[in-house]
Design a protein around this ligand. Structure first.
Ligand SMILES: [Zn+2]
Ligand SMILES: [Zn+2]
Length: 147
């Protein structure tokens, strides 16, 4: 079993335990998230599945993503006014983002918990979370620009 299908099976069983009914569309959306690992937007998912599910709308994709988010098997990444991206890796990790094509790649690094502790000390806030994003040019875009 590949990593992707193992984590897909895990997501499916989490969903089962929350009594969410599995539909072919739901399964296809989950499968896409786990196989592409590309942090797609709802629109990306819709476009890749519209041939298989001609009756599915972008709104359906969104609704399903909300269900997944509520069940804790998908994380939503918001970027200001551009549309949200969805991540099926729910463990803590950081993202490297390409400035040219917008590709998001997971980057595993020990959680920077001491930043949260320091922020709490300095500001008196009750810190809940932090987000770190690293920007650059991906290997494909670097190659393209050198051609
Ligand atoms: Zn790129
Ligand atoms: Zn990610």
């Amino acid at each position: 079993m590949t990593m992707a299908s193992a984590s897909l099976q895990e997501a499916v069983s989490v969903l089962k335990s929350t009594n969410v009914r599995m539909t072919p569309q739901r399964h296809a959306i989950l499968e896409f998230l786990h196989s592409s690992m590309s942090h797609p937007t709802a629109d990306d998912i819709y476009k890749s599945l519209e041939e298989r599910f001609p009756n599915m709308s972008v709104a359906t994709v969104y609704n399903n993503l909300r269900v997944f988010k509520d069940a804790g098997i998908v994380k939503e990444l918001t970027y200001g006014d551009s549309s949200s991206r969805f991540d099926c890796v729910t463990s803590d990790h950081y993202h490297v983002i390409c400035n040219d094509c917008g590709k998001i790649v997971d980057f595993h690094y020990p959680g920077l918990d001491e930043v949260e502790t320091l922020a709490e000390h300095v500001t008196g806030f009750e810190i809940e979370d932090h987000r770190l994003e690293i920007y650059g040019t991906c290997t494909e875009c670097t190659k393209m620009s050198k051609q």
